[in-house]
Design a protein around this ligand. Structure first.
Ligand code: ATP
Ligand code: MG
Length: 447
């Protein structure tokens, strides 16, 4: 990439709001240790952006002029990852502080999936490191030595104006790595920023290049759109830019047929965004919210054609999810999770009963997500919440049993007896004896 040396803008400590008290203590340890040993050590990327915006960063990344081998020599809890450009993962319990040596843009070199993947072991200056990043607001550094913010890319100006601007010509940068177009959508939605005109035009022009990106990266990016309570806006932007049509054409067609910018798909996603369940949602639940409207539409149509057919709901879930499964190659856990959640929605049409069938459902590890989907769909549709509240009261009763409520020791005893009875009856734990209905497929959990 064309590279012109320039002086950075320095925003002194007194003129910005990044405080060490908001920086993760382990990230601070890494920064201070490197700095004390005479290396340059900056907080880099999204964490600086988020701290300047007064938001809590998801993770804290460090940039330094220490080489990967030097970093490994300094930290005993360090693992080097990556084959060509080696990143240091400094591990504190479950937390990882990703520490990378300043590097410059990889040399242009075509690969199967675009240019960005050609990771080159090319170390660089802090300025080169800033300029290889995607958007100006993601190219800021926080210096642990002076507590100043260092800006080589006019990120501070764009942060103040709440604009997402590509570093360098977006036509080149999006061709280099088409996933950057999805990242633009994600940041614009999550931060409430506008995408600058040149980047918007470049996405409109190059959106189909997303099909050249590696499927696992695209899949990961799709699920990242659900983080930060902005999935509704993010998927709508994806649709507006034509990226949804490239990635998931059936969903795109459904959006158009169901009102475009006013499609019910956005309402379901907005309901997801508004609820705390979104913070811990599995990939299965995210997928189920994205495809719920399509699933329901298909189910209603198919039920009209063959109302008494068994397994209609499971099959409708499977066929609805076919597209995302095949095109994005989503993990099995996401497919089975979403299939279970969609299929079990029919169970909420029943009145909750104190029987084994219902009890097993309530005990299922994905039950609470299934109920969350039902509850939020009811809310999004503006339905009468009375039936939903009956289920809520039933669940509360099961999870916080009151004396004499039927969920106490007596019922536990009954359950134990029932289980014993099942074993004596010779049916294995997986059921499936003659005359028994097949069990629901059990989705594995995300971990
Ligand atoms: P989030 O809060 O979602 O983690 P982030 O900005 O930290 O957002 P990451 O994907 O964690 O995003 O990446 C960290 C930093 O690495 C980014 O801020 C950006 O500077 C740089 N980066 C990541 N992906 C790319 C890319 N595809 N092209 C250029 N720079 C990138
Ligand atoms: Mg990050």
């Amino acid at each position: 990439m064309f590279f012109k040396r320039s002086m950075p803008i320095i925003r002194e400590r007194a003129k910005h709001c990044v405080s060490r008290s908001n920086i993760d203590s382990d990230a601070l340890k890494v920064l201070r240790r490197l700095s004390d040993l005479g290396y340059t050590a900056y907080l880099v990327g999204g964490s600086v952006r988020d701290l300047l915006l007064g938001r809590t960063p998801k993770d804290f990344d460090v940039g330094t002029n220490a080489s990967p081998t030097e970093i490994r020599g300094i930290f005993r809890n360090c693992f080097l990852i990556g084959r060509r450009f080696r990143l240091a993962h400094i591990v504190f319990g479950k937390k990882v502080i990703e520490t990378s040596t300043f590097r410059r843009s990889p040399d242009e070199q075509d690969t199967e999936y675009g240019l960005y993947q050609s990771e080159d072991n090319t170390f660089g200056t802090p300025e080169e490191d800033a300029k290889r990043r995607d958007f100006t607001v993601n190219g800021l550094f926080y210096d642990i030595k002076t507590f100043a913010v260092i800006d080589y890319v006019d990120g501070l100006r764009d942060l103040d104006k709440r604009v997402l601007r590509s570093i360098g010509d977006p036509n080149v940068r999006f061709r280099e790595d088409p996933v950057r177009m999805m990242r633009a959508v994600r940041f614009a939605a999550r931060l409430g920023f506008t995408i600058d005109r040149a980047s918007r035009k470049a996405i409109q022009k190059h959106h189909a290049d997303i099909l050249n990106a590696s499927p696992p990266r695209v899949c990961e990016e799709v699920y990242r759109l659900f983080i930060g309570n902005a999935s509704s806006t993010a998927f709508r932007l994806l649709w507006e830019f034509g990226l949804l049509n490239d990635l998931l054409p059936n969903l795109d067609a459904f959006v158009r047929a169901s009102g475009g910018a006013k499609s019910i798909v956005w309402k379901y996603l907005a309901a997801f965004d508004s609820d705390p369940v979104s913070e811990t949602a599995t990939t299965g639940l995210r997928t189920a919210f994205l495809y719920y409207a399509m699933f329901k539409d298909r189910l209603v149509r198919e039920a009209k054609q063959s109302p008494s057919e068994k397994g209609l709901s499971l099959r409708a879930a499977q066929s609805t999810l076919d597209e995302i499964t095949n095109r994005l190659r989503i993990p099995k856990v996401a497919f089975f999770g979403a299939q279970f959640l969609l299929d079990t929605q029919r169970r909420f049409n029943e009145i909750p009963r104190r029987d084994t069938h219902t009890f097993r459902f309530v005990q299922h590890e994905s039950f609470l997500e299934s109920f969350a989907l039902y509850r939020l769909v009811c809310a999004a549709e503006g339905a009468d919440m009375a039936h939903c509240n009956t289920w809520q009261a039933f669940i509360d009763d099961k999870t916080n049993p009151r004396p004499g409520s039927g969920a106490g020791p007596k019922q536990r005893q009954e359950r134990r007896e029932h289980r014993e009875g099942r074993r004596r009856g010779g049916r294995g734990r997986r059921g499936g004896g003659h005359g028994t209905a097949p069990r629901q497929p059990q989705p594995p959990t995300d971990s």
